[in-house]
Design a protein around this ligand. Structure first.
Ligand code: NAI
Length: 444
């Protein structure tokens, strides 16, 4: 099939590369010329494990191309995926300007049948708006060209995006015309050879399904985070509680980890957008509002622990920070808890030296104006001259550090762990104070 992917970000690039991997001809469009230049030069503008091989293999095979030309992109694919960003507007609702601009471009230039697929995460009713935007452009041109609009939300996880796309656990398709449904079945047939994964539904239900999934996952995290705060007060240990409840199959073990708040490009904005969608439908979502409030509070939990230990004025204090990305295996720092932490520590007069295996360039861009933040090339180097170590992202390489070296290097023997990575007994044995999330009792 000839496929155009509009928007070559985390979702667009992974989708385009994986669709090429199964034999399709794919053209990825982005309006950011720098991204397209990097890709045309053989580079990858984001960090995503395994993506470079899939991209280079398919570029070499002549199945994957990149462009900034809207005309070329609209002409190319019978299938037109829209995978542009849907950032939060001022009131938290999803900003649809990029989605609708992409739809208008298609309507302005299409000359034959197109299936337009919303892959971006968009509020219920967006497919109707996309259909309307295309229709308006066709009316302006005084032409009749057939097209279908389909909702096909994406569930890939950054850090495991290629694997998720190649082996999805479900493929949600919202469509209401037979021609589009048949095309979607053919498009996804190579990704569901073992068993049927396509969950076919009406367009509005598909749009809501994506928000429901992210809202449910965010709810589990905020629930555990609130319980962790309570566990500390009650002298209980949230890690024991997690194991105790996760073994119940009705609950399950995934997404029960207490931490210093969720971030990333999806959960925070999708939770806010669903709250806004509900509000404009005249309904309050009390549970989800609490999820959002709990997460905002949780991003400050490490700062609270640090100021309790060192006082609220942190002038002259220096902190080593391990982890900048919102989660391991990505360089994405959108809404990352590290951003709140760095800003709060610097505001209180502290200086910070950060280390992250892949997100330091992104941090340099975000914190270009922050002279109190510097970077280390190795994890242990970040500890030089530091009063304490703060951990925000659970990268694999932080799992088993040399605790006695940490003890010797830090001025105060304090480790603040926002991801509960270590056995407290081990740190105590090495003479370190260990502050993690929800550890009300000392396990030894
Ligand atoms: P991104 O910000 O990485 O990429 C979006 C790209 O679209 C940018 O490169 C931008 O330059 C480009 N763009 C904007 N307007 C355009 C236009 N009219 N024509 C061509 N290109 C245009 O965004 P990301 O993270 O890939 O997300 C895209 C959508 O997918 C969002 O709605 C997001 O919520 C959703 N999503 C994201 C996931 C993730 O893990 N990042 C997972 C599942 C869904």
């Amino acid at each position: 099939m000839k496929i155009t992917v509009v928007g070559t970000g985390y979702v667009g690039l992974v989708s385009g590369a994986c669709l090429a991997e199964v034999g399709n001809d794919v053209l990825c469009l982005d309006l950011n010329p720098e991204k397209i230049r990097i890709l045309k030069d053989g580079g990858i503008p984001i960090h995503e494990p395994g993506l470079d091989q899939v991209v280079s293999r398919n570029v070499a095979a002549g199945r994957l191309h990149f462009t900034t030309s809207i005309e070329e992109a609209v002409r190319f694919g019978t299938v037109q995926f829209i995978a542009v960003g849907t950032p939060p507007d001022e009131d938290g609702s999803a900003d649809l300007q990029y989605v609708l601009a992409a739809a208008r471009n298609i309507g302005r230039l299409m000359t034959d049948y197109k299936v337009v697929i919303d892959k971006s995460t968009v509020p219920v009713g967006t497919a109707d708006k996309v259909r309307g935007a295309i229709a308006e452009e066709l009316v302006k041109r005084d032409v009749v060209v057939p097209y279908s609009v389909v909702s096909n939300p994406e569930f890939l996880k950054e850090g495991a995006a290629v694997e998720d796309f190649m082996r999805p656990d479900r493929i949600v398709v919202g469509a209401d015309d037979e021609q589009a449904i048949n095309l979607m079945r053919a498009l996804y047939a190579p990704f569901q050879r073992s068993h049927e994964k396509l969950v076919l539904m009406d367009v509005r239900s598909a749009e809501l399904t994506k928000y429901a999934a992210n809202a449910m996952l965010a709810t589990r995290i905020s629930f555990m985070n609130e319980l962790a705060v309570l566990a500390e007060k009650l002298g209980a240990d949230i890690e024991h509680v997690r194991q105790g409840i996760g073994s119940d199959p009705r609950i399950g073990r995934h997404f029960l980890y207490a931490g210093c708040g969720y971030g990333g490009s999806c959960f925070p904005k999708d939770v806010k957008a669903l709250i806004q969608t509900a509000a404009s439908a005249g309904q309050g979502l009390k549970v989800l509002q609490a999820v959002e409030d709990a997460n905002e509070a949780q991003k400050l939990v490490l700062v609270d622990k640090i100021t309790r230990r060192f006082g609220s004025d942190l002038s002259g204090k220096h902190f080593a920070l391990w982890g900048l990305a919102f989660k391991p295996n990505t360089d994405d720092m959108r809404e990352a808890p590290s951003r709140v932490l760095i800003s709060e520590l610097c505001k209180r007069g502290a200086t910070v030296t950060a280390y992250d295996p892949v997100a330091m360039d992104e941090a340099r861009r975000i914190f270009a104006e922050e002279p109190r933040l510097s970077y280390a090339v190795r994890p242990m180097q970040a500890l030089d001259g530091a009063d304490a170590l703060v951990i925000v992202t659970e990268w694999l390489e932080f799992r088993s550090p040399d605790f006695s070296a940490i003890r010797k290097t830090l001025k105060s023997p304090a480790v603040f762990d926002g991801r509960n990575m270590y056995d407290p007994a081990l740190l105590l044995a090495n003479g370190l104070e260990y502050e993690a999330i929800g550890l009300g009792i000392k396990r030894n």
